[in-house]
Design a protein around this ligand. Structure first.
Ligand code: 26M
Length: 828
């Protein structure tokens, strides 16, 4: 064994420079002067990977030796973003490498820009998974991320004529320097066919799947570097390959057909990430993706365990599966299958292990996001898995009957109808995840309370001990240390650098909140970051914005419940005000949007068009003297997010209360010193609790008020339309061609969604008009507050100082203490 101290390894500048030159030579037969930017990026990345691999091997050796319990974070999405800069940060090598490259005449920032984002995720849920991996490695907990190596990640968004156009994201085009293909760990995954039962010599029923199609799952490993501790965990994502069994000699027509189908299955299965966020579409290929990566991951987890242990009954002592929403829930039935069919355990034995292994995180209460698979599809694709789900359901219904049959006032049939896993021709994945797991958690305090008292009330009554809250968090290493080096250095200069691994230490900044010098320094850093963003906007959008204006930012997926429409309607209102009162003393404001819409989501896409149409009119109207600018940042993603958060003054977190489970962008803004303008929803509640209401702008209905309206009616948007002339004017502008001169009907669907003039569907289901006035008032307060620059700086510094709770290190520590019960591994 090597005695090298892993931590204190000095960075050898000259060695690094030589290895970059060497890599360019061997990879491209070029010297540094001849190589292009992409080739330099590759050469630098391979040099860094060499260093990572050493720590990776040491870490895995330590895990092998200490045999700790491991968490497998099962997720359809890992929204990793770029790796190079983050790896350098976590190796504590960022500055020395930047210097070394400078000595070679190279700019690390430009090299970083050569790397495509690993966008294997849609939004919040996928980025949370990525933050969790960073925190797990940094805290020294043994963990695997398990997912899919999509050939195409989240689409690239182009804006043409104001409309979103989706462009394929060919992220692997130039190869990926950080990944490692591991064919030795390949697994076979079976689909379709039928189940045959026979009795073996011991009188046991043996179930075998026959007539199936199979796909080979081949893992690719990505190193997850912990911050400054030598730990390197693994993100294992599965690629699909055809099984090599094209038997040309023996094929009859049936075999040939099947062989072709198998090959197609392998080709299709990991082709592309479904770009839906908070919306379930029931696509067959999506279920195939789910079972594909889950079967491979579960097989691997069991095999890995059995390589070191002989008693499968104690599996849960060494392994826990965290299911990132219901997408990987088929893991429950897959684990049951492996235990019973491959290891010959009884149902009861397998059930005990499974229910002590699996834990489920709920990320949404949006009804349209709940996964309910049609029985026909589910049983055809996964016949053996379906049998197991049926049995789980059968036994669960018996439990319900046993528990409630003799309870006065309880309608047992009603309970079964609401709680069954299989009902009405559908398999309800959330119900299975709750029934077959040992933990159910929400992602912010308010969200967990809503789960317990509304959405999952019946389940909470039956299994109260399973429910718990884990308020989300973010990694300060990517979202402050890497994204905002000016502020990071400033924080370190004032309170030391402990915050990098212990974010609550950042509260020591509080004493500087009132300090005039600190305030000026802070505002100056914010200004420089605004200049950086303004440059990005000019380069990418061709729009000039004034860094002295208020940067008011809403970046997140486009969804009606997130209410980008409320924001842009308010901009339309402000513009009307300015036109009517040209003398108005108005503080210049830049409204910045960034959002991708699911490809088939009509109102979301139309909202993007509206934002761009308003931008066209407002940005080009000399009458308002540049006082309002509207910018839609194309292709919002993890890498440009890092620039955007750093430059924000105002953080728009304006979801309909009760709908945003947590939000995590809200935390990234706070960490970078933006003030929250938001509803009492998700983690906003906890943000305000930490920073104080006087340092945020809160407006709108409460979650309980929204829920009451939803349950009892009583809100009529027409009343607001008829009585509020400002709202009326803005709404009329949606249908009179103000923003669509050639096609006045263009925005009619948005108008209808708010007012329902046909009385067909419900109107304004997200309470946009109801909250409009309160939002406009909050926005007035924002403006007034910004005019008092010292006080604004004070609030902004306090936001940074009070962000300690929202590190994903805290979240992960709570998962470890209260759900997973892992032990830290320390490298010597
Ligand atoms: C489902 C079926 C088919 C295709 C896609 C989906 C799907 C994909 C992503 C459904 C939901 C998806 O993500 C939901 C999500 O991102 N939820 C967010 O999770 C964050 C982390 O917990 C929270 O902060 C956000 O509030 C929540 O909206």
């Amino acid at each position: 064994a090597s005695e090298k101290p892993v931590k204190a390894k000095e960075f050898d500048k000259e060695l690094f420079k030589r290895s970059v030159e060497y890599n360019v030579r061997t990879l491209y037969r070029k010297n540094l002067e001849e190589a292009d930017a992409q080739q330099i990026f590759q050469a630098v990345s391979y040099a860094i990977k060499d260093r990572i691999v050493e720590n990776w091997m040491e870490t895995q050796k330590a895990y092998e030796k200490e045999d700790p319990k491991m968490v497998y974070y099962m997720s359809m999405e890992f929204l990793m973003g770029r790796a190079l800069g983050n790896n350098l940060i976590n190796l504590k090598a960022y500055k020395p490498v930047a210097e070394a490259l400078e000595e070679l005449g190279l700019d690390l920032n430009l090299i970083e820009d050569q790397e495509p984002d690993a966008a294997l995720g849609n939004g919040g849920l996928g980025r949370l998974a990525a933050c969790f991996l960073d925190s797990l490695a940094t805290l020294g907990y043994p963990a695997y991320g398990c997912g899919i190596r999509y050939r195409y990640g989240m689409f690239k968004q182009e804006i043409r004529d104001g409309y979103q156009v989706e462009v394929p994201d060919n992220w692997l085009m130039n190869g990926n320097p950080f990944e490692l293909r591991r064919p030795e760990y390949a697994k076979i995954v079976k689909f379709g066919g039928y189940v045959s039962v026979h009795t073996d010599e011991n009188g046991r029923n043996v179930f075998t799947q026959e007539g199936y199609q199979s796909v080979k799952a081949v893992p690719f490993d990505f190193p997850i570097v912990g911050y400054g501790n030598g730990i390197v965990n693994t993100l294992r994502i599965w690629d699909a390959e055809p099984v090599e069994c094209f038997q040309l000699d023996s094929f009859d027509k049936g075999d040939y057909q099947k062989a072709v189908e198998q090959e197609n299955l392998a080709r299709n299965i990991v082709e592309v990430l479904y770009p839906n966020d908070n919306h379930y579409a029931g696509k067959e290929l999506r279920l195939k993706q789910q079972y594909f990566f889950i079967s491979a991951s579960v097989q691997e987890a069991v095999e890995k365990y059995m390589r070191k242990h002989d008693d499968i009954h104690k599996f849960y002592e060494k392994v826990t599966f965290q299911l990132n929403d219901t997408h990987p829930t088929v893991a429950i039935a897959e684990l049951m299958r492996v235990l019973m069919d491959d290891y010959y355990l009884t149902w009861e034995e397998a059930w005990e292990i499974t229910t002590k292994t699996c834990a489920y995180t709920n990320h949404t209460i949006m009804a349209e996001a709940l996964e309910k698979w049609p029985i026909e599809l589910f049983s055809r694709l996964l016949p053996r898995i379906y049998q197991i789900v049926e049995e789980i359901n059968r036994r669960f219904i018996l439990d319900i009957q046993q528990k409630y049959s003799n309870v006065p006032g309880v309608d047992v049939q009603e309970k079964i109808r609401k709680m069954a896993i299989i009902y009405d021709g559908q398999v309800k994945m959330a119900h299975m995840a709750i029934v077959a797991g040992y933990s159910v958690n929400g992602v912010a305090r308010l969200h967990t309370e809503i789960l317990k008292t509304q959405e999952l009330k019946d389940f909470y009554e039956m299994f109260p001990e399973r429910f718990n809250n884990k308020t989300n968090g973010i990694t300060q290493r990517r979202f402050l240390l890497h994204a905002n080096p000016l502020l990071a250095d400033w924080v370190t200069a004032h309170v030391g650098d402990d915050w990098i691994t212990d974010l609550p230490q950042i509260s020591r900044l509080k004493v500087y909140a009132d300090d005039k010098k600190a305030q000026q320094e802070f505002m100056n850093i914010k200004y420089q970051n605004k200049v950086r963003l303004a440059k990005y906007i000019l380069e990418h959008n061709g729009i000039e914005v004034d860094p002295r204006s208020i940067f008011d930012v809403q970046v997140k997926r486009l969804h009606e419940y997130k209410r980008q429409l409320l924001n842009i309607l308010h901009v339309m209102y402000l513009y009307n005000e300015l036109k009517e009162h040209p003398e108005l003393d108005f503080y210049p404001r830049t409204f910045i949007f960034g959002a991708k819409a699911a490809a088939g989501y009509r109102n979301a896409k139309l909202t993007i068009k509206l934002i761009n149409s308003v931008a066209d009119v407002v940005n080009n109207d000399p009458a308002i003297n540049g006082k309002i600018k509207v910018v839609f940042i194309e292709n919002y993603n993890v890498s440009n997010a890092e620039i955007i958060f750093a430059a924000a003054d105002v953080s728009e977190q304006i979801s309909t209360a009760s709908k945003e489970a947590s939000g995590t962008g809200n935390m990234k803004f706070m960490l970078n010193g933006a003030l929250t303008l938001g509803t009492m929803d998700g983690a906003n509640v906890e943000i305000v609790e930490e920073v104080g209401e006087e340092n945020a702008f809160i407006f709108g209905l409460s979650a309980q008020e929204v829920i009451n309206y939803e349950n009892h009616g009583g809100y009529d948007p027409m009343e607001i339309f008829n009585n509020d002339q400002d709202v009326r004017k803005v709404l009329m502008q949606l249908i009179n061609g103000t923003y669509a001169p050639g096609d006045p009907e263009l925005f009619r669907p948005l108008y209808n969604s708010l007012l329902n003039t046909q009385c067909t569907a419900k109107a304004d289901t997200y309470f946009i008009l109801k909250d409009f006035k309160s939002y406009a008032e909050a926005q007035k307060k924002v403006e007034a507050a910004y005019r008092d620059e010292d006080n604004w700086a004070k609030s902004a510094i306090l936001n940074v100082a009070c962000s300690g709770k929202f590190t994903s290190d805290r979240t992960i520590q709570q998962y470890v203490d209260e759900i997973w019960h892992l032990d830290k591994v320390v490298l010597k």
